[in-house]
Design a protein around this ligand. Structure first.
Ligand code: GLU
Length: 473
């Protein structure tokens, strides 16, 4: 049977990094085996599911480029199918109507808790005869879970797992209003869609024996399961908003490249030797579900930042341009209003871990600013810098061909004529021209800033110094 996997999110919020990782593993398993990948929206919880969440999840998947071959399939569009299987199970005496009231179930639970038993349904309605069943009364449908024996399965991640049937009670598969429940719909879908491997978070591990019993009752073969340990925060607790961003799209907003996020997520819980950097193509050929780690992994933002920088540095400009452009637009930076951005990236990628940082760093080359960085200005735009800035300004004005050599000569001559160190010219000039104290070599920097902008910014720096002088008098 050819491989078919699925990602089956419940649309109650954004795409969480944990969800994205299981989606990635399922997707990679399909891609690595020439299989199919299905997107299934588990929206049967009508109160908690929203169209906005469906959109948010699909946006996340699309941004990561986790393309699906089938779907999105919405469970709410399959109610007729679920109902017909429920009827079938009832007819075959594999499921039964249960009339127990909420009050009775609450009292039962209370007694069981008091005698330190695991709360479970006691099977009161399991043996009712047809005559004893008044289907006009409110009722749910329960699945007849086997009362003896065990459920065993070999989990791809966790190894052999066995549950005793006496730990499982008769699960509700249809609510009073007839709507099917999660553990049931998952089975019908995985069966109908011929899913071969279910890769999901290990918070679902306890559902698996129940699901396998339903598969068996239907005479269908359960898929292979792989339960992936959860992602932890740096404090060892389950990753949550308290630890920082958990929504995939937040990582986009924060300046991460989708390839870097995928690379980070694939390594977070899976390994191939000690290789850290994987292209998508490599992941697709090397990914093996048998190598998913058993132990939970901790999310490490610094490592993700490092990886993101590797991608910024090594990707071609064409590859990062769409994302870069998006961030430039976000920060109102017009990349056509300055030097060719592909010249700047190699220089600035050394310092930037994210595209947000990168765009902020190149911004002065494209946009005018009205204020200098306060710290840099305090340190370098001091009265002693006035002479140097005035002299260099006049030298710059005289340059016809604004190139590295002419710029550098002007800087050198200024330092010589005033008999001061190069830094005493370069640093005030750097702060004047870029607004901040860090930039590539001064000739390169000014070349990119351009003659006109350099001159007006030096003039602005001189005004700043003038104001400082007046204030101190
Ligand atoms: N809908 C479930 C969830 O979002 C996943 C079910 C599954 O993967 O089997 O947690």
């Amino acid at each position: 049977m050819s491989v078919k996997t699925r990602f089956a999110p419940s649309p109650t919020g954004y795409l969480h990094v944990g969800g994205a990782r299981t989606a990635l593993y399922s997707w990679l398993h399909a891609r690595a085996n020439d299989g199919q990948f299905v997107l299934r929206i588990e929206d049967t919880d009508l109160e908690r599911s929203t169209p906005e969440a469906v959109k948010a999840i699909m946006d996340g998947m699309e941004w990561l480029d986790l393309n699906w071959d089938e779907g999105p399939i919405y469970q709410t569009e399959r109610f007729d199918r679920y109902k017909s299987v429920i009827n079938e199970l009832v007819t075959e005496d594999k499921a039964y109507p249960c009339f127990c009231s909420r009050e009775r179930l609450d009292a039962l639970r209370e007694t069981q808790m008091q005698s330190k038993q695991k709360p479970r349904y006691d099977g009161k309605c399991r043996g009712l005869t047809d005559d004893e069943r008044d289907l006009g009364q409110d009722h749910v449908i329960r699945f007849k879970n086997p009362q003896q024996g065990e459920v065993s399965f070999s989990d791809v991640v966790k190894g052999d797992i066995t549950f005793s049937n006496d730990e499982l009670d008769d699960l509700i598969i249809a609510r009073t209003d007839g709507s099917p429940t999660y553990n049931f719909t998952v089975v019908i879908d995985d069966m109908d869609m011929q899913i071969t491997q279910v890769i999901r978070g290990d918070d679902h591990l306890n559902n698996t024996p129940r699901q396998i019993n339903i598969f068996n009752a239907l005479g269908a073969k359960p898929p292979q399961y792989g339960h992936v340990p959860m992602i932890l925060g740096d404090d060892g607790k389950k990753l949550s908003k308290r630890h920082g961003a958990v929504s995939v799209m937040q990582y986009r907003d924060d300046g991460f490249l989708p390839e870097a996020v995928l690379n980070y997520l694939v390594r977070l819980g899976w390994s191939h030797g000690d290789q850290e950097v994987f292209s998508i193509e490599e992941m697709k050929t090397l990914f093996d579900i048998n190598n998913i780690n058993k132990a939970p992994s901790a999310f490490n933002t610094d490592k993700l930042r490092w990886l993101n920088q590797q991608y910024i540095k090594s990707s071609s400009i064409d590859a990062i341009m769409p994302e870069l452009q998006w961030h430039a637009d976000n920060q109102s930076v017009d990349l056509t209003a300055g030097p060719d951005v592909s010249d700047l990236i190699p220089e600035f990628a050394e310092r930037a871990h994210t595209l947000v940082e990168l765009v902020a760093a190149i911004k002065p080359y494209y946009c005018d600013f009205s204020e200098f960085d306060a710290k840099a200005a305090k340190k370098h735009l001091r009265p002693v810098a006035k002479d140097a800035l005035e002299l260099i300004k006049s030298k710059f004005e005289a340059i016809n061909n604004w190139n590295n050599e002419n710029i550098q000569n002007a800087v050198n001559q200024t330092a010589e004529e005033l008999d001061i160190g190069m830094g005493k010219v370069g640093m005030p000039l750097r702060v004047a021209a870029t607004g901040a104290g860090m930039s590539p070599a001064i000739d390169l920097t000014l070349c990119w800033v351009g003659k006109e902008r350099t001159l007006s910014r030096v003039a602005m720096a001189l005004e700043f110094i003038e104001r400082r002088l007046q204030e101190s008098n």
